[in-house]
Structures are given as C-alpha cells and as structure tokens.
Design a binder for this molecule. Structure first.
Ligand SMILES: [Zn+2]
Length: 197
C-alpha cells in the first residue's frame, strides 16, 4: 500500500492530516535539478518534510449562493542542492512553501473557475490522489529562478576536500556520447557542399 495515495475528497471532508519525509532521491524531477558535482551521499542525505491538511467549509459562489468547498493545504520544506549562478559551485538552498488549493471534481470544473488573482489554485481531486507527486510539484515551484549563495565563499573548501557531500568534479564523457544538436546541424548543412566539390 502506497502511503502517498489518498482519496482526496474523503481526505478533505474528514479534515485529515498526513505528514512525512521524502528523500530527494525519491523525487525524479527534483533529482535532475541537482548539480552533477554533488555526490550520491549528498543526494541521499537531502530529505524534505511535507504536511498535508484537508478541510471543508461553506463558501459563497460568485453569484452569492452558498456551497461547500474542499481544500488542501500543503507545506513542503527542506534543503535542496543547487548550483550557485554567481560562483558556479553547488550549495544547499532551504526551500519552504505553503499552498492552499481548492479541490475540484475534474478539469472542466477547474476551467470553469474565474481567473481571479484572489482565487485559490484549483486542484483536480481523485480517489487515488498521489500526494508525492504534488509534494514534488510544490518543491519544483519553490526553486529559486536564479539560485545563488547569499554570500559566495571566495574559496569553496569543501569542493577541494570532497567533504560536505561534495565529490571531485568528474570528467564529463558527455561530448563523446552526444554530439550537440548544433554540430549535427552544421554537419547536415556542410554535406551538400562536400558533394558539390
Ligand atoms: Zn556562490
């Protein structure tokens, strides 16, 4: 049984609370954001805490009629490995976000909502809702657009020693395996000339 799968409608109706820790390594889309220099140990030690709270309350529709609406508040927090855009070394950025969603039945209901900035974000519920996917979604949204140290260390000691979860930068075999699309394009463009000569 996957503890992350819940009946979201029931979760909200009964005001349930669930919380837990999830490893960075278990979040595939977050893992791709981690700089290559961060070692396996560094990745494994990164853990995010999450908490989901369901609720239900009476609200007024745009036309003034009362209705019962369901909500989910999700908080996520924890340190994330990112590459500083100023000094290009990996560092840990503390992520912290809290979002309240209004749970809706389906995509049509989500689209029917007014596009008002004051409105809560719509979340399409389901009886087999995957909380982990939402946790990952929220963490991705919490990533800074331009990650950087508050103050860059002039010499990053841990990079040299490999401590602090950081490994020596490995040589990159990537260029051999994958020619860049531009190189491939250039080759294509060149070939007619070759034939002509
Ligand atoms: Zn920096």
């Amino acid at each position: 049984m996957n503890e992350y799968i819940v009946d979201l409608f029931e979760f909200a109706r009964t005001g349930r609370v669930a919380e837990g820790d999830v490893q960075l390594a278990a979040l595939p889309r977050m893992v791709t954001e981690v700089p290559a220099e961060v070692s396996e140990a560094g990745r494994t030690q990164s853990v995010f805490h999450w908490r989901a709270e369901g609720s239900e309350k009476q609200v007024l529709r745009a036309d003034g009629s009362p209705t019962v609406a369901q909500f989910l508040t999700l908080t996520v927090e924890g340190p994330m490995w990112l590459e500083c855009q100023r000094c290009l070394t990996p560092y840990q950025e503390p992520l912290d976000s809290e979002t309240t969603f209004e749970i809706v039945r389906d995509d049509a209901a989500a689209e029917a909502r007014p596009l008002d900035e004051d409105e809560l974000e719509a979340l399409v519920g389901s009886k087999h809702f995957d909380l982990r996917e939402l946790v990952e979604e929220e963490l991705l949204l919490a990533l800074p657009i331009v990650p950087k140290h508050e103050v860059c260390p002039s010499v990053h000691d841990s990079l040299a020693t490999g401590s602090d979860g950081l490994a020596e930068p490995a040589p990159e075999p990537e260029e051999e395996d994958k020619p860049s699309p531009f190189a491939a394009l250039a080759a294509l463009k060149r070939s007619p000339d070759k034939d002509g000569k």
